[in-house]
Design a binder for this molecule. Structure first.
Ligand code: HEC
Length: 184
């Protein structure tokens, strides 16, 4: 056996050994993932029963119904001046920047025949199955863009619940037959 034959045989042997060892280390890594310290998945639960740790929730919207009985439609007519730039309030029901508001209470959302509503308002209407009842009107008029995302109504909103109650009591009268007031 000359030395060059020995060298290449040894080289081949070492090469094979190296490949085998590498495979063994790699497969060890793949098939023997270290055991987790605890079984199963860790699910983080905030201490304290939930509520306290839950992300700050928005305050529930104020209910408008209890305020309507004592609301003042005459004051509401004054508030309507903020709307009149964009909305008519007579039986002609003509559109301006916004749709005519005749018979608005309990009218299905986005159904004035001649008005081109925004995609946001159309979606909110759910095919006309959502109506402008007192509570929907109140929440929409509090913050229009927040309540109906994508609405084209450029109006900041009426934050005072009494002001909304007066206005909605007035809107109720802007109709062929005013909708009944909610039962107390
Ligand atoms: C700057 C113009 C503008 C002002 C001011 C404005 N609106 Fe609107 N309003 C619109 C537009 C535009 C729409 C249609 C919105 C859409 O399609 O997203 C609309 C839609 C509405 C709707 C939905 C009507 C429907 O047919 O579904 C109601 C209700 C409404 N406005 C009430 C009011 C009231 C009440 C006020 C006053 C507090 C007011 N708006 C102020 C422009 C205005």
């Amino acid at each position: 056996m000359n030395s060059s034959y020995f060298n290449s045989a040894a080289g081949a042997f070492l090469g094979i050994l190296f490949v085998l060892m590498t495979l063994s280390i790699v497969s060890e890594g793949i098939y023997h993932a270290p055991e987790p310290a605890t079984e199963g998945f860790a699910i983080e639960v905030a201490e304290g029963g939930g509520d306290a740790a839950a992300p700050a929730e928005e305050a529930a919207p104020e209910l408008i119904a209890p305020l309507l009985a004592n609301a003042d439609p005459a004051k509401g007519e004054t508030v309507f001046k903020k709307c009149a730039a964009c909305h008519t309030n007579d039986a002609g029901n003509a559109n301006k920047v916004g749709p005519g508001l005749w018979n608005i209470v309990n009218r299905p959302v986005a159904t004035h025949a001649d008005f081109k509503y925004s995609a946001g308002m159309t979606e909110f209407s759910q095919g006309g199955s959502v109506v402008w009842d007192y509570q929907h009107l109140s929440e929409f008029l509090t913050a229009p863009k927040k309540y109906v995302s994508g609405t084209s109504m450029g109006f900041a909103g009426l934050k005072k619940v009494e002001e909304r109650a007066d206005l909605i009591a007035y809107l109720r009268t802007v109709a062929d037959t005013p909708a009944p007031l909610p039962a107390e």
